[in-house]
Design a protein around this ligand. Sequence first.
Ligand code: CO
Length: 133
Amino acid sequence: MDLDHVNIATPDAEALAAVFGDLFGLPVTKRTEVADQGVKVIKLAAGDAFIELTEPTGADTPVGRFLAKNRPGLHHICFRVDDLRAKVAELVEKGVALINTEPTIGAAGLPIVFIHPKSCGGVLVELQGKAES
Ligand code: CO
């Protein structure tokens, strides 16, 4: 499975994008806001994968609550999946704890599901499928 992105929760995405650009030469490829998740996302290219910097648009959002409980840093990693629904079925069969089994649409406009950290060594894992027709 290919890594699609590493997501970092931060209170200031623009400031952190400047740091990653300065230190690692990672260019910004996209700035977007996902209203239903309450986040502003800056995407940086890092080879075949991306670094996503996610800033909450308010305290009462999933990432806002995450930052109230945790220091800024790794929020989740995301793998690309050819057949997301088949992979979800396989994981459910294996007893893996998924946060959602019905895909939602993520920041890239593609279907995604999340695996609970308790099934992945404490790391929140996102699986991103291909566009559904
Ligand atoms: Co993500």
